[in-house]
Ligand binder design. Sequence first.
Ligand code: ATP
Length: 355
Amino acid sequence: MSIEVRNVHKQFGDFTALHNVSLQFPDGELTALLGPSGCGKTTLLRIIAGLAQADSGQILLDGQDASRQHVRERQVGFVFQHYVLFKHMTVFDNIAFGLRVKPRSERPSKSEIHERVMRLLSLVQLDWLADQYPSSLSGGQRQRIALARALAVEPRVLLLDEPFGALDAKVRKELRRWLRRLHDELHVTSIFVTHDQEEALEVADQIVVMNKGRVEQLGTPDDVYNRPASPFVYGFLGNVNLFHGRVRQGVLDTGGFEWQAPDHALVEDAPGTAYVRPHDLDVARYEPGAKGIVARLLHAHAIGPLAQLELARADNDDIIEVIIPSEQYAQLAPREGEDLLVTPRRVDVFLETAG
Ligand code: ATP
């Protein structure tokens, strides 16, 4: 089922949690809602689910306005960070619960329920836990059972709010790969909330980056990482070096390198910032007169195929982070304290005052 959020606005008193948000979630895709704490991710998820009402705007499910529909009618399944399984019920009964409480006319037969629960248990690869109680499960197993329980009623949409947020890093990593595989099998339109950029980049078909109740960018992981639409997205999705400068005769001059400014913003003297990811910077031996930024090597270490270098700009002591192949680092063999020449391979420029 496709989901469309159209001009959704939400206020809590004077505080605006969502500013006229509009988004499309294509049928069968897994979308990550990514952003810092308090940016409105959970609020948006709750409005899509029907657990909260927007002040204005609409939620369309398969093109039909569902804004006034009750949670049940929307047929959504949820998994929350602290999903509470019923403690007094076995794993089997927890998963069967949603089916057993259906109105008589929609309720599957006993044998159908048995078959469906067992199928879900094998899907989440926990068949052997059917007769256990939640207290004997690990955190990761509980979340997988919570997911099986949400899937039991065959929801048209699956909403996951930081489903692995409470688990330790290793389990979290395993579970997100597992979620991806599960999604590839089921193709249920799914939205999951996370503030972990690595998780979003690894798992999602598309990512919505949110900030202060607004959508900063909607795109594939490749789009948001490699073609960020704003300085915020740049900074949120990975490490980035900032080089401040001014437009001089159509180029942004950062005092070490120059870069073509975007055409629409060729205002002489406008301040701007060049954003360069560590792996988009190159380093070489310093030679007087060569173009680039002169910086002193503070620290370097190579781990596997990549070497990470930390340098301080000679003119203002700003820290620069560079990542190069370990092989190149070994050839260059720089000494700590040595001056090196830093040049960008790829730059994005954001100007503070456009045209
Ligand atoms: P987190 O990752 O911390 O859960 P989030 O991006 O999911 O953050 P929301 O939970 O959607 O953010 O909250 C957005 C903002 O709205 C927050 O500043 C929060 O304090 C505020 N807020 C949320 N619910 C309410 C409420 N019922 N009453 C008042 N303010 C609220």
